[in-house]
Design a protein around this ligand. Structure first.
Ligand SMILES: *[C@@H]1O[C@H](CO)[C@@H](O)[C@H](O)[C@H]1NC(C)=O
Ligand SMILES: *[C@@H]1O[C@H](CO)[C@@H](O)[C@H](O)[C@H]1NC(C)=O
Ligand SMILES: *[C@@H]1O[C@H](CO)[C@@H](O)[C@H](O)[C@H]1NC(C)=O
Ligand SMILES: *[C@@H]1O[C@H](CO)[C@@H](O)[C@H](O)[C@H]1NC(C)=O
Length: 359
């Protein structure tokens, strides 16, 4: 009798663990993530021809079981930490993975999907040669998830779920890298204008699909990442790229204020990752960083001349580095960024933080 009770309770626990994972503790019904390598949790690993990938060591060395997952990090990335802060275990899985599952398991998409693909940008040409999922295609995938959900749950329930869900978007850095790589002669103001009008179109499309809560992550000081410091003889940040990042943030801030007044019910948080990162670079010790210039994994000057591979040099004190590889933050830096986006004040996230957006 007692034994029967125990095993019934046991099965109930298993049942709940499988079918309603973490439901009670989440503040939003689902989380949808779009963007580039700062949020990719394995999309590009599902693309055999993609050149922008992180599915080999030393990527993932601090992930559970030291497993490379396609994240451009030694462990988790900011999409994981943000999802965790709103009550999930980590980022939802990549669309390409979830859509490869048997139809019953695709119900997992109802708790969220990550569409982010490394090397993508706001412009269609950004990342094209790397064989990735461009942003318009990420949005088309989102539309297909929504139409399937609508077929199962009906229009009203689906729209209600979407209006409460968090839509995180982290994109723009690769477009700016592309400007410098191609030695573009387009005037910077005009280039930023093109990026922002593309962003406007994409945000409106996502809004029209039913999204209302937008967590927007701006471009960090990309001139300070190890690969860009190589363009500065002193090893300082490459100022022209940083000037672009600042101009991008300011134009994005203006755009969001505008569309917020045009689109009823839209709420957003704009994370100023430029300000957050410069704040750490200028005064690293309170954050327990001892190296904010070099990559932990890589080779050459500042470990920024070559990508992170199994043959690269690897630092031992990974928690003390801001940069994991020549472009990307460490697990520790991503965690700090997510905590600041979630709970930070108006210097770092405006007009409300991600916690207020999710509530
Ligand atoms: C949507 O449903 C169709 C038909 O059931 C299925 O073939 C397709 O793979 C589904 N798409 C997604 C994104 O789950
Ligand atoms: C851009 O300019 C640099 C330095 O002048 C040169 O090495 C590089 O090949 C140029 N790139 C392109 C795509 O023209
Ligand atoms: C190089 O870095 C220094 C700071 O160390 C900065 O003053 C200078 O503007 C930078 N130069 C370029 C070309 O980015
Ligand atoms: C820095 O390290 C100290 C000592 O290990 C710890 O108490 C503190 O919480 C750390 N600070 C941050 C911001 O992680």
């Amino acid at each position: 009798m007692a034994k029967g009770f125990v095993s019934a309770a046991f099965f109930l626990v298993i049942y709940l663990a499988i079918f309603v994972p973490h439901f009670a503790s989440t503040t939003v019904p689902a989380i949808f993530v779009l963007g580039d390598s700062t949020a990719d949790v394995g999309t590009n690993s599902m693309l055999p021809e993609s050149l922008a990938r992180a599915d080999f060591p030393f990527y993932g060395i601090d992930f559970p079981n030291s497993r490379p997952t396609g994240r451009f990090s030694n462990g988790f990335n900011s999409a994981d930490f943000l999802a965790k802060l709103v009550g999930f275990k980590r980022s939802p899985q990549p669309f390409l993975y979830l859509s490869s599952l048997k139809s019953g398991l695709r119900r997992r998409m109802f708790r969220g999907v990550n569409f982010a693909s490394a090397a993508s940008g706001l412009l269609d040409i950004t990342g094209k040669t790397e064989k990735i999922v461009p942003l318009p295609e990420q949005i088309a995938q989102l539309a297909s998830v929504i139409s399937n959900r609508t077929a199962v749950m009906g229009q009203a329930a689906t729209q209600a779920m979407l209006s409460e869900s968090l839509f995180c978007i982290s994109i723009g850095s690769n477009d700016i890298f592309g400007y410098f790589l191609t030695n573009s002669t387009v005037p910077p103001e005009q280039y930023i204008g093109t990026l922002i009008s593309s962003y406007e179109g994409h945000l409106k499309t996502i809004y029209n699909l039913g999204a209302r809560k937008f967590g927007i992550i701006s471009v960090p000081p990309i001139g300070c990442c190890p690969s860009q410091r190589l363009y500065n003889a002193t090893g300082g940040c490459f100022e022209p790229a940083n000037a672009f990042a600042r101009a991008f943030h300011s134009a994005l801030d203006t755009l969001l204020t505008k569309i917020c007044s045009e689109l009823p019910g839209l709420k957003y948080s704009l994370g100023n990752t430029y300000e957050m990162t410069v704040n750490v670079i200028e005064n690293p010790s309170p954050f327990n960083f001892t190296n904010v210039e070099a990559a932990c994994c890589g080779s050459g000057r500042l470990n920024g001349e070559q990508p992170c591979t199994p043959k690269a040099d690897l630092c031992s004190n990974r928690n003390e580095y801001l940069f994991w590889d020549l472009y990307h933050p460490t697990h520790a830096a991503s965690k700090l960024a997510a905590l600041t986006l979630y709970g930070g004040g108006p210097r770092f996230v405006t007009p409300i933080n991600f916690a207020q957006l999710a509530a």
